[in-house]
Structures are given as C-alpha cells and as structure tokens.
Design a protein around this ligand. Sequence first.
Ligand SMILES: Cc1ncc(COP(=O)(O)O)c(C=O)c1O
Length: 470
Amino acid sequence: MAFLYEQLEQQLREQIESGQLAYGSRLPSVREVCTEQGLSKSTVLNAYARLEAAGLIRARAKSGYFVCQESHEPAVTRPSQPDMEPAYISADSLLLDIMQQSAAFDIRPDFTPTQYSEPLRRCLARAARSQRGEEQHYYDEPAGLLGLRQQLVRRCAEGGSHVDAEDIIVTGGCQHSLLLALMAVTRPGDTVAVESPGFYGVLQLIEALGLKAVEVPSSPATGISPDALEMAIRHWQIKAAVLMPSFATPTGACMPEQHKKKILSLAREQDVVLIEDDIYGDLAFGLQRPRTLYSYAQEMAAADQMILCSSFSKSLSRDLRIGWIVPGRFHARITKLKLVTQLACSRTTQTALQMFFEEGSFDRYLRQKRQQLSDQCRQLQQLIRDFFPQALSCSQPKGGLALWLELPETIDTVALYNLARKEAISLTPGRLFTSQQRYNNCLRLSFAQPWNEDRVAALKRVAELVNNSS
Ligand SMILES: Cc1ncc(COP(=O)(O)O)c(C=O)c1O
C-alpha cells in the first residue's frame, strides 16, 4: 500500500492528467485538503512538493499552487469525429500482414534473445516438471485453476474491485475474454458502441459476430466522450459498449472519474452492458494504477451492467495466452461459452502463473516494467520532437504501451507503412483503429521496446519518408 502522500499525489496527478484539473487552474489550498481528506499538513505538502518536482504544478507566492503544462510537450490531439451511425463493418485486413511480422508493437522487430523475466521462466520450468500425468489425460475445470483465480482476486483488488475466486473465469487471453463477453451479451444484428479510434481486435470481433458498430468520438486524453455515448445510446438500441478506461489503445487515454460515474449511471438507466478492457491498467507510470470502471460500478451498485476483461499479455508475456473475465450476471452463460470456444486452458501454464504470483515476483517485476515504460515513453516523445517537427499533435499517455501521432493531412500512413515495410520497419497506421477509412494521417507508435540504435534509426527513417512524401 502506498503512503498517504503518495496516494494524494497519485489522485491529483490523475486529475491533472485527465484534464479534471485544467492547465492554469488553482489546486485546493493545503488547509482545504487537510480538512476535506482528513490528512496532516505534512502529508499534503509532501504530495504537492512531489508534483512540483515532476513539473506538474507550480507554487505562486501568496496565491497557492497552480497546474502548469509539462514543458515542450506537443499539443494534445482534438477529440475524434467519426460518423456516429450503426453499421456493419469490414475490419482492415492490414492487421494480418502486421501480425505475420509479429510486429504490432515494435518498429524494428528484433528476434535476438532479449531480457526475459527469469522468475517467470523458472516457474514455467517448475510447473512443467511438476506435471504428474493427469494434465495429459484430463481437461482443466471450466472456470480455470482455483489457485490462479485466488491470485487474480488480488490483481482485481489492485484496480479497486472486490471479487471472489468464484467470480472469475480464466480465459485464453483478453481477446478471448472480449469474444466471450460479446457473445454472451449480443446476437447477430445488435449494435455495439466502441471508442474511435479504438482497438482493432474489437472491430474484428464485431465483424466476425455479425454485429453493427457505432464509433463514438473519443479524446486522446480522456477517452470516449460520455456525452456522445449518451447521444448514441438515446438514439439507437445499443446492447453493449466496449471501453478501455485505463490507457486505451491507440492513444493512451485515461477516463476521468466523473466520466466513469456518468457512463455507469447511463448504462444502468438504459440497460447497456459495459465491457471493460483493462489490459493496460497495470501499466501505469505512476505509483498507483487507475481504478477500474468495474470498481466504480460496484460502489454505485451497477456491477450488473458490467463485464471486466483482462490478461497478462501486455504486463507479463504475450505467449502465456492466459487472460480472465469477471462476467457478473453472465457467469453461467460465459462458462458455457468458454467450453464452446476453448474447452479449457493449459493447466501447466496456469500453475506456473500461480507459482509466480505466490512468490511475489509479479509486483517486483511490474514496478520495474512501469519505470522502464515511463522512460521509454519519454524518450519517444523526445525523438518525436527531434524527428517530426511537422507533427500536428501527439497524445501524452501516462501508462500503457503506445501513443498516437497526428501527421499533416497530406500524409497517408498506409502508403508510409508499405514503404517502411520494404525496409523491415513496422508501423501501425491510424486506419487500423476504425472501420471508417479515417485517421489516414495518424500512426500509433509504441514504446514497448527499448530505444536502441536500430529502433532510433528506424524512427528517423520514418521521419525521412514522411518528409519525402509531404
Ligand atoms: C486493448 C487490447 N485488448 C486486448 C488485446 C488482446 O490481448 P490478448 O493477447 O491477451 O488476447 C490487445 C492486444 O493487442 C489489446 O491491445
């Protein structure tokens, strides 16, 4: 558990980063915070000093503390403006080409051996050695290994949700969880609201399940617009909305607390199921991750409107193919659908993960990873300033694995992708994140990998290609 001053720092940091405390606005006085939150003066001063050191706030003599912009950051992009009309979609086939290069998150894929979590490798080996033969003859139980689910209870608690092991079903990854959630809630022809730009995997699922999508305007800083979502929900019969409240891909947006509450009230009033994709939630740069939408739903007695999905693909390893789902009132249906779509998960991999958590290795690993991602993100932002002076805007994620770069309107990032591909440089063009032929001048750039010489050179080369084509 973080110290009180760290908790306050994180709370204020989230308010600043989400725009709730806008640039130039005055922070509550130290005395006000002491009274409102029951904290000591030194706790509040400590938190304010840390925010000042991070360049987020500044003290003005006799006036208090004010939010100041982080220095030299490129402007944040405007909210998107997709056509808000339910439509059957055809997700982009470009994804297949990118996935064939295993390269959605690496500008210069590098298959030489890299840093790997040693404790995880040891647990995988130990789990394999501990097999007694029954794994080969019997499927795992439908909900997944109880010991692992007990560990997942703790992971959920980190995001503020209180669930029991019986509330969780282990899946074959977050994409599988999202599939199960959509299958449980919708029938072909139903309409699902999604963020725009949003995760291509969800667009692919919507297409495969014969559903219609409504793309909802979203801000690169604060995610889906609650007002636009409300309009969509009041206009059309929307069965579900798939949301990424914490570090959404491709922008890294984070939903502010009051947006979460508004969307939950709306979902309850209009009986819309909210499917939360929390795959990036653990990857906060700060000390504490944002609370899940699910945790607010529990507080507001709206958990019946929610399904929570996540996995270890981004925080630990893509290769585990282990995720989970908290299906709420759809538990029975989703248990059955898991059997239909997967039968069972690997018992050996689940055992390895259980061991890894029981050893306490994950928290240590995650602390390092968060710091590393934060550094890599900062390096990428600097490289963008150096190489892409013509960029119109760039999102400023505070967690996750990627940011959203908006280039001049004349740049076609799919053409750029094709040119770069010939030089073994991998890009994720903006068009992947919509079904509407939009965001053609945008790129999702990942900071998941260290900025070694090769990757820096690749990014520089992309900038040259941009210059040549503008
Ligand atoms: C937002 C989001 N959700 C889900 C997934 C799929 O995750 P998994 O590998 O656990 O199936 C991804 C992978 O890119 C993602 O970015």
